[in-house]
Design a protein around this ligand. Sequence first.
Ligand code: UGA
Length: 439
Amino acid sequence: MIVTVVGTGYVGLVTGLAFAKLGHEVICIDKEESKIDALKRAQAPIFEPGLEELLKEQTTNGNIRFATSMSVPWSSDIAFIAVGTPSLSTGEADLTAVFEVVDELAQMLQRNSIIGTKSTVPVGTAHKIRMRLALLGRQDISVVSVPEFLREGSAIHDTFHPSRLVFGVRDQRSEQVLRELHAGLDAPIVVTENETAEMIKYASNAFLATKISFINEIANICDRVGADVATVSRAMGLDPRIGSSFLRAGLGYGGSCFPKDTKALVNIAGQADYDFLLLKAVVEVNQLQRLRPLSKLREWLGELRGKTVTLLGTAFKPGTDDVRESPALDLAQVLEADGVIVRFCDPVVRSLEGVFGDPIDVIADAYEALTDADAAVLVTEWNEFIELDWAHVADIMASPYIFDGRNVLDPRKMRTCGIVLSNIGMSAASQNLTGANQL
Ligand code: UGA
């Protein structure tokens, strides 16, 4: 099949490459010229494990092409929209880019083509796209909703081994095209109407975010009552009805999806005259969770003004260079407002641009970032940080205070190394060093 993908972010690029690998002819469109130039040279514009290799393989064998615009008439069996849907100040998803693409596709696509949404779009968007197409005289185009569930950092693995495929369709021909397009992927297929497909995506992300905020609340209580959240979480997860994934306590969720999608679903509910109390609390808990290290830093350092604090990790999670909604940014902002000298450190992110005005350099070498620091917060659980020589770290810091915001540092080992450690909900384990805590 001939497949068009508009938008070459994480979702668009990986989706395009996956369809190319499955044997389809793929054309990826993005209006950002520099991005397309890089892609034509088989250079990945984002850091994603395995992406560059797949890009080289598929460009070399000619299954994928890149362009900044479409030419008329555009021959494609299906065109996917994979452009951004950022949050407006109300939390509502901004669909400007989506409808710009719809307008363009309406002019270019041959008769009886299919438009599919890959971007996360509010419930009712497929219906709105149909209305727009009707206004433009293109009722012949079918609209399908094909939400994406890949995670950054494991995007390629997730795309080739999906937990499920969801096809929101209104006609059998579209369903057939989607089935043929995804042939070769071994996953349960849920075929439903567009609205349900759109809701599946939001409900899935909102549920995962709820698990995280739930365990973070349990962690905060653990700290107060002397229980150990790592063990609580492990034991809870052994119940197959609960499951162990997304029960890691820490500084909360970040990234381009959970924060945006949870707020968007609260907004979708509100517009349908429903007050989604649970999800509102999930969002608020997450916001507070990012600032948990502050009270400990104050307890350790007293007056914060003039002190140097190193943030280990600026990416929102390991395996990516994405800093969108990273807890490090909120934490840095509050610390800087308190007069703290903040040092950013990350093995992959090299600079923070457009976050605090002028671009800020991010230090690659953790030892350099920790030298003479008064305290440090581990924000992102990169292996590079977990595997540091912590006895050496204790020597080079002005004072060896480490707040482990991801509960990945072994309290026993840290104490032996001379580190004063705090974490999220594990103070019991940290103090009871003869206990049976298993990290
Ligand atoms: C998330 C979903 O997992 C994907 O299924 C979805 O397709 C994607 O959003 C999207 O909507 O596009 P992603 O944002 O890449 O994927 O990252 P996750 O691995 O889900 O992690 C999200 C955040 O939750 C990270 O900040 C991570 O540190 C945090 N997290 C995750 C926890 O704090 N605790 C956990 O137990 C798990």
